[in-house]
Ligand binder design. Structure first.
Ligand code: UT7
Length: 333
């Protein structure tokens, strides 16, 4: 892998949007054979957000993107490209990104979706980084937005307690500040041998909509929890080390790790393996659960807002999701 680049990309604005409706562990206790104690000790989750009927990935994502534009002091017309990272698109086609483009009135922007599930935002960041570094585009909005509540089997206590809805966005801009700031590098991987580990098996291609598929809940998420857990620890640790080494950095150089929020125990195990204090990991899973592609941009925004990321800081993002897909990014602020 050669380090590019004509130009450098930096994040000049972040924004989030969370649906108002809160679903607590206590609420789930009423309909499932589960407990607040089990969910909190095994996952770190206390509550999650649920989209209203008239909300979808495009509306949540557009809110988050608008907030990122406001923070950056920019207008939608300045956007060259919108990359929408979602595994819960509004419709099969057109892309959810096109709905977002319409809502924002980002008339100049090309817009498309990418599907890397929980890794979506880091994959999107990687695409945006390349467009900016080669000089093709100047301003790119990368959005992670999900309505996971729409693909849950609400009778399956091994999955429905984990996920939530939400959106986060980051506005990337070509910077003249030199190549030691901004997105230092992104590293993305996939292994299709593990497609069965985490999957929504029903879909228009393989299993056209029919009563049998609906009755057997094929349009709901199915997960092999323990193998996903083990792969998350292994791959997120591995790719974090690779990302730092690529930039000639060590774990001691990292000011803040912003990991995918899938399970607090995954994050704690990775912290142990990397020998980085858990205090250097930003964790907000207690509030939102696993919001898939929205998880990292929501955490990144909240980390900035809480003052945990200061100018000059080095931030490491790391993620694993269905595919399997995984990745990491190093960002100097
Ligand atoms: O974003 C993509 C990445 N996703 C992930 O990384 C998720 C990774 N996996 C996990 O986070 C964990 O594997 C889970 C949270 C899904 C499950 O935790 P676990 O510690 O691996 O539990 P387990 O599957 O080993 O189940 C232990 C017990 C079982 O009962 P028995 O067989 O020991 O009697 C389960 O039936 O806990 C039971 N159980 C529950 N009990 C109460 C499973 N779910 C629940 C529940 N409430 N919600």
């Amino acid at each position: 892998m050669n380090k590019p680049s004509l130009y450098q990309a930096e994040i000049v604005g972040t924004g989030i949007y969370l649906p108002e409706k809160v679903l607590t562990n206590a609420d789930l206790e009423k309909s499932l054979d589960t407990s607040d104690e089990w969910i909190f000790t095994r996952t770190g989750i206390q509550e999650r957000r649920i989209a209203q009927k008239d909300e979808s990935s495009s509306t949540l994502g557009a809110h988050a993107a608008r907030n990122a534009l406001i923070q950056a002091g920019m207008t939608p017309e300045e956007l060259d490209l919108i990359i929408m990272c979602t595994s819960t698109p509004d419709v099969l086609y057109p892309s959810t990104a096109c709905f977002v483009q319409k809502i924002l009135a980002a008339s100049k922007a090309a817009a498309y979706d990418i599907s890397a599930v929980c890794s979506g935002f880091v994959f999107g960041l990687s695409i945006a980084e390349q467009y900016i570094k080669c000089g093709r585009y100047e301003n790119i909005m990368v959005i992670g937005a999900e309505v996971n509540s729409r693909i849950m089997d609400w009778t399956d206590r091994t999955t429905c307690i984990l996920f939530g809805d939400g959106a986060g966005a980051a506005l990337l801009k070509r910077t003249e500040r030199g190549e030691t700031v901004g997105i230092l590098s992104t590293h993305i991987y996939s292994d299709g041998n593990y497609t069965d580990t985490l999957m929504v098996p029903g879909g228009i291609g393989r299993e056209p909509v029919n009563h049998e598929a609906v009755d057997s809940k094929m349009y709901c998420l199915k997960m092999s929890g323990q193998s996903t857990f083990k792969m998350a620890v292994k791959r997120m640790t591995e790719v974090s080390r690779e990302c730092l080494a690529f930039n000639g950095l060590s774990t001691e150089d990292v000011d803040l790790v912003v990991p995918h929020q899938a399970n607090r125990r995954i994050i704690e195990t990775i912290a142990g393996k990397l020998e980085v204090s858990i205090d250097k990991f930003f964790i907000n899973i207690h509030k939102y659960g696993n919001t898939s592609a929205a998880s990292i941009p929501i955490a990144l925004h909240e980390a900035r807002e809480s003052g945990k990321i200061q100018p000059g800081n080095l931030c490491l993002l790391t993620v694993l999701g269905a595919g399997l897909t995984w990745g990491a990014a190093a960002i100097r602020w």
